[in-house]
Design a protein around this ligand. Structure first.
Ligand code: ITT
Length: 196
């Protein structure tokens, strides 16, 4: 069964294709469809934004869609950057700009800088809306390490690890990540409506 993943984020697309690998679901990204649409994410919650992305893409292709909205919540910053994680350092900023801004903010606080990643995933096919949330707890380190993954991965060290997410392989990240937990929860619900 073909499902479109409504994301322009290549890192997310790789992770989610790996999670659904070897299942009855074939995940097709917007990059595979050569669609570079920019969807305005003006929701106040991860759920609202994920639903905006899923519905926008469903309207174009009329095929089942998955989407995720995700971000980093830093305890000492009262949950920031949260839903603004992608554009923390401003519109069109790079991952590096975001990391530098976060490191600068956290220099005013004592360690440890506790944080969590949150991922809300959605499945939408015009009839069903399914949703699932996954979280990953850890801390922010002020010296980036590692080259894998994307976004805040080089400055996020998951609980129980002495490596950052960017020092883990995609398979290792997918064993623990907020996105893997979220999409595995979504897949379970999907199996119930599709395979039963
Ligand atoms: P799409 O909306 O096209 O899916 P996006 O990158 O804009 O791509 P979001 O709006 O959900 O996605 O923003 C998520 C941001 O949160 C992302 O750009 C990263 O900065 C951060 N983020 C989320 N999950 C992450 C992860 O697994 N590792 C590192 N950073 C992550």
């Amino acid at each position: 069964m073909k499902i479109i993943f409504a994301t322009q984020n290549a890192g997310k697309a790789n992770e989610v294709k790996n999670i659904f690998y070897d299942s009855v679901y074939e995940i097709i990204s917007l990059a595979d469809l050569k669609n570079d649409i920019e969807i305005e994410e003006n929701g106040k919650t991860f759920y609202d934004n994920a639903l905006i992305k899923a519905k926008s893409i469903f309207e174009i292709y009329k095929l089942p869609v998955i989407a995720d909205d995700s971000g980093l919540e830093v305890e000492q910053l009262n949950g920031e950057p949260g839903v603004y994680s992608a554009r923390y350092a401003g519109k069109n900023c790079t991952y590096d700009d975001n990391n530098k801004k976060l490191i600068k903010e956290l220099k005013n606080f004592a360690e440890p800088h506790f944080a969590k990643f949150v991922c809300t995933s959605i499945y939408y096919d015009g009839k069903y809306i399914l949703t699932s949330v996954g979280e990953l707890n850890g801390r922010i380190i002020l010296q980036p390490r590692g080259r894998n993954g994307f976004g805040y991965d080089p400055i996020f060290q998951p609980d129980g690890y002495d490596k950052t997410l960017a020092e883990l392989s995609l398979e290792e990240k997918n064993k623990i990540s907020h996105r893997a937990k979220s999409f595995l929860g979504l897949k379970k619900q999907l199996d119930k409506i599709i395979l039963m």
